[in-house]
Ligand binder design. Sequence first.
Ligand code: BEZ
Ligand code: FE
Length: 309
Amino acid sequence: MSSQPQSLDPLSRPPVPSAAQSAREEELVARVLGSFANAPDPRLKLIMESLVRHTHAFLREVRLSEAEWRAAIEFLTDAGHITDDRRQEFVLLSDVLGASMQTITINNEAYENATEATVLGPFFVEGAPLVQLGGDISFGASGEPCWVEGSVTATDGRPLGGARLEVWEADDQGFYDVQRDAERLSARAHLFTDGDGEFRFWALTPTPYPIPHDGPVGRLLAATGRSPLRASHLHFKVSSPGYRELTTHIFVRGDELLGSDAVFGVRESLIKTFERRPGDAPTPDGRELGGRGWSRVRFEIVLAPAAAS
Ligand code: BEZ
Ligand code: FE
């Protein structure tokens, strides 16, 4: 049996348990698994058994101490206390562990040339105002104007007229409207494609911002030397009858945070070139911007058929 005290290992490698100790631990795993033998729902049985197997494997692999177990329970308790109908710390935890993105990846299997999905995030709001094509979604939020245009098509290239787009983003101070004032919506809207499946609107050039990091998840990121910053992005939710609803973003080519997005949401195919234009460059719709610089981007959205989900 190993007599090495745990704290003397500079790499924090856990001690290897003896054969007799391993057998005791495995016997417990088997008993817990057996407790689900009569679960009437086979899917729930499968999920619970797998959860137990993986949880026990994790506990045994790291040789979790009782103090560490208490710290984990305190962490989850804090996450519960800070969670309310506007703040969801458990989803945030899932996001920073890559669990949200993995679930999206599993459930949005790549389909032909359909646009890839990414995380929804906590700042989507139902009932954002309607803007006409060419309208401005900023509604007074601060930031550099950005002309966004593109199309919505099926995978065979057919244009999808009347497709609904929900778009939302943070302002250039790094805040979503709902983080400032739940009553005043800005930097979000919905709109519909024209008969050729085309859309266009004014938004704000996306800038980086931190996920909410004043709670337990923020402490976890700090303790593990990770940044809370998300790569700059503009959110889209796109739907058209008969097609798989798409939740995605576009990211800004050249953004230095693309490789370290706090929630692992970046996909290569979603990185777009935002062309910068000086203040004296004419705008696509002739709009006067008072000499301010602006940017423009194009996003071709391809929806998979609903049956492909
Ligand atoms: C966001 O993009 O809005 C977001 C996504 C995941 C966690 C926090 C924020
Ligand atoms: Fe976001």
